[in-house]
Design a protein around this ligand. Sequence first.
Ligand code: PGA
Ligand code: ZN
Length: 395
Amino acid sequence: MKVEALKYRTVFNSGGHAALEVGIMSDKRWYFSQIPSGQSAGEREAKVFSVPEVQSVWKKINLQAEGRKFKNLAEFDDFILRLDGTERKTVLGGNVLLGLSLAFARALADGKRMELWEILREEFFGKVRGVEYPVIYANLIEGGVHAQNNLDIQEYLVLAQTGPNPIATVGELIAFYETLGEYLANKAKLRPLPIGSESGYNLIWRNNEEPITALAKIIKATNLPFRIGLDVAASEFYEDGAYRFEGRKKTTLNLRNIYAKYFKKYPGLISLEDPFGENNRDGFREIMKNSEGRLVVGDDLTTTNPKEIERCAREKLISGVIIKANQIGTLSETCLAIETAHRNGLKCIISHRGQETEDVFLMHIARAANAYGVKIGAPGRERILKYNELLRLYP
Ligand code: PGA
Ligand code: ZN
């Protein structure tokens, strides 16, 4: 496929910050991508370029890529990765590389009259067949840096297993979100309820446990087959060798005991993401030994890096992993990260970012790879587009 022309412009993400849109022209048609960004980004993530930084490297990219032909996505990604030449994408920017990679993939897919997910499956997931319906990870109560409240834990998620009739599950999830909202509005005597970055409710709570109790209560009351997950994003409250939790300093062991208590009290709590800081490997190792079948999920720990995922799997630090394409930079590397995770027996949860755009590419990655889960926020605002794409791709 020939790259006939390239362009970029600034759009705005859900946080109102500048986000990158990249366009690639092939066969006289333009194909676009929009790149989300993290709010609680891990320190090993690919570098995000600001608008002036993108401007300063665009000419070089244009000169090199315009008019060139590539036989597939891997070849194109390889070419842009070589132009950058760094592990953390500090020369061209991770958002720039992903923007290019995704726009190219869309052009390639259209040229072959295929969907984006079909191109990804053909090129990177040769052995994957059929369809596996994903678990939706819906962040319904927000804290940490995604909200303006007193919760240290960043996300309280409802986990909904979809099946051959995903519209039913999505409908139940939307009803659940509304029922929870009604309950919380009455409890807090507050209308309308404030919401956080991912459209989850953003309220003041007695402690970090209370939202789990609320979710468990509504699950029981509605009798829906939903489970609970937490994304602690513990790197965000780790400072000077300790965790600052509920206004007090906590050691790794203190935190582990808190999680043990949650596990005991809430059997429906089956997924725990980033329970410790991204450099606290011992914390992960210990909790994995005592997780009793629950998923221990790496996000800031692994940053969608195939080498890190392999290492964490070998060291038995995690049983699941968050996949965010912009943490690593290109779709090829993202697919390799998933393949590495699957080869090591880890479950993959393909995830949005705190600051999303209207692009729905994450759902195509999930469909291509038959991923275990998709993390797409509460069913509101720009996040609902991901739900609708799920319904389109998983009929
Ligand atoms: P982020 O976290 O702010 O780093 O994108 C989002 C998430 O994990 O849901
Ligand atoms: Zn996370």
